[in-house]
Design a protein around this ligand. Structure first.
Ligand code: 6R9
Length: 664
């Protein structure tokens, strides 16, 4: 069965899968519908002719220098070619064309540094900066197809650098500033980078965190001889070592010519490589190209976030080191000519509530963030956002993990004042853009479910044998038809691309997520399949139990893992952080533990009752905020934890190990 597209006129009907969560829905308000970008005609057009639909969206969203005549070439599947005989310049689509259309004075970026320094950059200014930066990079020998590694804080120069590289038809590979020298080295080597762009340091919690030393260390390592220059932005003002290959950004920038004429490149010219960690071994360099990627970035950004460029102030809180920062900080919003906020710091520096102050200060209308941030805000307490206005917000988005219905409800009530729609967007580094999400103004929203493939995308949930599951069933989330922003491969390793994503279910793309299809055809993404537990032969989803735990008033955040158990195969083990209020009021922790076990048993069923509940201060997370259950499982089972390089803070593990040691 193909997952039915959302029928927003359908009301209550017989449901084969009745869980309490399937019952709660929020239809779009008439006020929202009246001014909504998306309407149901998108679904109609995409169902009528999917490939023609994408061609139409591409022509609508982008300016092509040479119009394409071929839309999709799938003859070398799974390596797709979209719009292949067309030519465009990606940076010109994000910049110059808005200036030419008379919108040069519109603010592109409201930048706020961690320390409170601010910059307002218009489209005209950003275009000028990128032109000059393109000349600067060309002067350092960067041209079409060359790789440039970007290792910068979240500052305007990062956006300028990415776009300048794109303008030259070169390939950027952004490495998150929190990654170590060794991770950086491995990426520089794999990409064969010619230039590295970095900063002396960035600001975090009132102090400078140095970046350049990691580049120096990386370049002393093996396999980095390809690097000819390091371009250094002055940001932290910290002392740094200097070598012959180093150049100050401000010197080179000032010396570069101001005007740069953008050349057109083929649609399939590579735009970037972004490394993502696999389950094992070395990170995969996911390759994205130009025309198809930008089409889907712009189309999803416009329709999923209901973008009205002339009046919206959009804010995606992701770092540019992640795919979310690529597609929904840089390419989507700028292709659509939208005004956005760019903030260097953390949500709570110098004190809790900084994010909400920024929402009020800039009049943010659309906010896109991760469930982990929502749960952190829940943990800190609703009094913090309640002390702010937040009246300008009209739409909220979520990405990165399943959002528990409880967090969804809190996000809507406390941040969205009970009126904003929330779009829960499922996608991946490999998909390039949003794949599954409600369309605001069209879809009846369901807390906790990503819901429906966006028009143009076809998703199916299949069982172990690759057969489609019926409504009410669970299985593996697969994509059955090629899409414009799909990865074009793994850098230097085409076989690994086929093996990793296309071999488990022949003819289908599968990248590791489990999902449930409810009685109304809505998709509930349940997290990576290795997060599914098997307790006495029952398949239990970690997400579902976590959701139940977070529904308890004392719990702020929960991570559940299946730990090896002699009798039940696996046993449910929960790690929870409790709210500030609960910390203040609870005297008997054992009683709370028993209460939580009973709570889960009551909400889901006795089979789901956790064997152990550990109350901890923090959970192990990646730097992009995803809970690392693999490590939690190892700790729970008392095994060595192995590679911890993806962790934001490794000291968390030691604290966790003390809990299980006490237990043994
Ligand atoms: C965009 C991004 C991809 C993995 C993906 C899935 C999880 C992302 C989600 C979600 C449930 C959502 N994920 N969005 N799970 N609901 N709305 O995060 O890319 O860093 O490559 O991670 O994140 O497990 O497979 P990436």
């Amino acid at each position: 069965m193909t997952i039915p597209q959302q029928d927003h006129t359908r009301t209550d009907q017989t449901r084969t899968d009745r869980t309490p969560d399937d019952e709660t829905t929020f239809p779009p308000s008439p006020e929202f519908v009246a001014d909504a970008v998306a309407d149901s005609s998108l679904h109609d057009a995409a169902s009528a002719d999917r490939v023609a639909f994408w061609a139409e969206q591409s022509r609508l969203m982008l300016d092509w220098r040479t119009p394409f005549t071929s839309t999709l070439d799938w003859s070398a599947a799974p390596f797709a070619r979209w719009f292949a005989d067309g030519e465009l310049n990606v940076a010109e689509n994000c910049l110059d064309r808005h200036v030419r259309a008379g919108n040069g004075e519109r603010v592109a970026i409201h930048f706020e540094g961690a320390n409170g320094d601010t910059r307002t950059i218009t489209y005209a200014q950003l275009t000028a900066d990128v032109q000059r930066a393109a000349n600067m990079l060309a002067g350092l020998g960067v041209g079409q197809g060359d790789r440039v590694v970007v290792y910068l804080p979240l500052i305007p120069e990062a956006v300028v650098t990415m776009l300048a590289i794109a303008r030259l038809g070169a390939i950027h590979s952004v490495v998150f500033g929190g990654f170590s020298a060794e991770s950086l080295r491995a990426r520089i080597e794999d990409a064969g980078a010619k230039v590295v762009v970095t900063a002396d340091g960035g600001w975090r919690r009132g102090a400078v965190s140095p970046l350049k030393p990691a580049v120096d260390e990386a370049l002393q390592g093996e396999g980095t001889d390809s690097v000819e220059h390091v371009l250094v932005v002055q940001r932290g003002g910290n002392d740094i070592d200097w070598t012959d290959r180093d150049r100050w950004w401000h010197d080179e920038f000032a010396a570069a010519a101001p005007e740069h004429e953008a050349q057109a490149f083929p649609a399939e010219n590579p735009l970037f490589i972004l490394y993502t960690s696999g389950t094992t071994g070395k990170p995969k360099g996911i390759v994205h190209t130009s025309g198809g990627y930008l089409t889907q970035a712009a189309y999803t950004h416009k329709n999923v976030f209901d973008m009205h460029p002339e009046k919206d102030v959009y804010w995606c809180t992701a770092d540019i080191g992640w795919i979310t920062g690529h597609t929904y900080v840089v390419y989507g919003p700028l292709a659509n000519g939208v005004t956005q906020v760019l903030y260097e710091g953390t949500p709570d520096e110098p004190k809790p509530g900084r994010w909400w102050d920024l929402v009020d200060a800039y009049g943010v209308t659309v906010l896109y963030t991760a469930p982990t941030a929502v749960r952190a805000a829940m943990k800190a307490g609703r009094q913090i956002p309640e002390a702010r206005s937040l009246e300008t917000l009209r739409l909220l988005g979520s990405v990165g993990e399943p959002i528990n219905p409880e967090a969804w409800q809190w996000y809507r009530q406390v941040i969205g004042h009970d009126r904003t729609p929330i779009v829960d967007t499922w996608w991946q580094t490999e998909t390039g853009g949003i794949m599954i999400s409600a369309l605001p103004g069209v879809t009846k929203l369901k807390p906790g479910a990503a819901q429906t493939p966006v028009p143009g995308i076809v998703a199916e949930i299949v069982d172990d044998d690759g057969h489609r599951v019926d409504p009410g069933g669970s299985g593996y989330l697969t994509i059955t038809e090629p899409w414009p922003a799909m990865a074009r491969g793994i850098w230097g390793d085409p076989d690994r691309f086929v093996e990793t994503y296309w071999s488990r279910f022949p003819g289908r793309y599968f990248a590791g997520d489990g999902a449930r299809l409810d009685g109304q055809g809505d998709i509930w993404v349940q997290g990576r399949v290795d997060d599914v537990m098997n307790v006495s032969g029952h398949r239990l989803s970690t997400a579902e139990i976590e959701s139940a735990l977070v529904g308890h008033e004392g719990v702020a955040e929960a991570a559940v893992v299946g730990a090896a158990d002699e009798t039940t195969g696996q046993a449910v083990v929960a790690w929870v952080c409790i709210t500030e209020e609960a910390q203040a009021s609870i005297t008997d922790r054992d009683a709370l533990v028993q209460d939580l076990r009973a709570w889960v048993a009551k909400r889901i069923g006795p089979i789901a009752r956790p064997r152990d509940v550990f109350i901890v201060d923090e959970l192990p997370k990646t730097r992009s905020g995803k809970i690392v259950r693999r490590l939690l499982r190892a700790v729970t089972e008392g095994r060595p934890v192995g590679d911890t390089t993806t962790l934001a803070d490794t000291s968390v593990l030691t604290a966790l190990q003390q809990h299980t040691a006490r237990k043994r």
